[in-house]
Design a protein around this ligand. Structure first.
Ligand code: NAP
Length: 333
């Protein structure tokens, strides 16, 4: 494996096992940008395969799961696990395999020449391969009470949180495929689902629209915006405004699922990596991007599944592809 710069060894402990990571090192075999399920899983696989691996975790180590409560659908946890705990365990597992994790924000990259350069505000790192695992963020409505009641009624993922909302009135915001899919899914749990859309026509595909329009449990609030979420310990009400009449109404509801799209975190790569019209990374072959040696894993390229388990799986796949790439590169030298 590649020899990096000599530096001070940092000792961390987990279950009484020493973990040696050298935080002054700047040269790595693999640099992983992002520390959600895909980044940590890629770290586990790359380190375990013997590669010198660095994860630059960004501002929110753990990614979107840090903002969730209980995760019931990640296999292996019979009684569920709290999202932040799952991410701490993944982080420690990756470290135990030998991954160096630095909680710093990447401010620039240079993928035009090899070794690839990844810059934070304080350091410049070099990697023979890079895995982009920066994820995506659900769009926010930006209304009063949205932040206060996040995780206490306000959610951005019906698959993740729907089962916690049994026998409640639930609101879904949005008019695209995600909103319709989530509204339909949530009828399994809710007494009623109120779909609030800002226009009088859905953006979702016809077949999904028909399914929702024929579902008696889904009530449509057309030309409407959600102005505010109210409650005490948990969300209890939402204020809706009809955008044509300006009339405001208060709806009693225990949940608000915001499904107005996601924004992939790809601004840094815009000039170098091929992105689709919505900013997601376009994969060329398996997890390879348009640049040989740069790979992508998780929500940063995946518009469809967006689950912790699928992100983790993509991290594993990217690491296996990195292994093949580095082995073949070494054979060519
Ligand atoms: P999307 O297609 O961009 O739809 C976003 C929806 O949210 C639109 O109806 C939009 O309203 C509304 N919206 C956006 N900003 C808003 C705001 N600030 N306030 C209120 N409403 C707002 O996003 P998506 O539904 O997440 O779908 C993303 C992609 O994934 C699409 O290509 C979709 O087809 C695909 N997808 C497919 C499936 C499936 O096939 N099973 C499931 C989910 C997603 P307007 O309509 O007025 O613009």
């Amino acid at each position: 494996m590649m020899a990096g710069d000599a530096g001070t060894a940092v000792l961390e402990t987990h279950n009484d096992e020493p973990i040696i990571s050298d935080k002054n090192k700047t040269k790595y075999d693999v640099i992983i940008i992002g520390a959600g399920p895909s980044g940590y899983t890629a770290g586990i696989y790359c380190s375990r395969a013997g590669y010198d691996t660095l994860i630059l975790s960004g501002l929110l180590p753990g990614g979107q799961l840090v903002n969730t409560t209980e995760v019931e659908n990640y296999p292996g946890f019979e009684n569920g696990i709290m999202g932040p705990d799952l991410m701490i365990d993944m982080r420690k597992q990756s470290q135990r395999m030998g991954t160096t994790i630095i909680d710093d924000v990447v401010v620039d990259v240079n993928f035009r020449r090899k070794p690839f350069k990844v810059l934070t505000s304080s350091e410049e790192y070099e990697g023979r391969a890079v895995i982009i695992a920066t994820g995506a963020n659900p769009r926010k409505l930006g209304i009063k009470g949205e932040e206060t009641f996040a995780g206490k009624g306000v959610s951005y993922c019906a698959t993740c949180d729907g089962p916690f909302f049994r026998n409640l009135e639930i609101i879904v915001a949005g008019g695209g495929d995600s909103a319709i899919e989530e509204a339909t899914f949530l009828t399994k749990f809710a007494t009623n689902v109120h779909l609030v859309h800002r226009r009088d026509e859905l953006r979702a595909s016809k077949i999904m629209q028909e399914r929702a329009l024929n579902n008696e449990k889904i009530k449509f609030h057309w030309d409407s915006a959600i102005m505010e979420v109210k409650g005490d310990q948990k969300m209890q009400q939402a204020v809706l405004k009809n955008l044509k009449t300006n009339e405001e109404t208060t709806l009693d509801a225990g949940g608000l699922f915001i499904a107005i799209g996601h924004d992939p975190n790809t601004q840094l790569f815009r000039d170098q990596i091929d992105l689709d019209d919505k900013g997601y990374i376009v994969l060329k072959n398996k997890t390879h991007t348009n640049i040989e040696g740069i790979f992508a894993a998780g929500d940063v390229h995946d518009r469809s599944y967006r689950q912790a388990i699928t992100a983790a799986a993509f991290g594993c796949m990217a690491a296996i592809d990195v292994d093949k790439y580095l082995t073949e590169s070494a054979d060519k030298q």
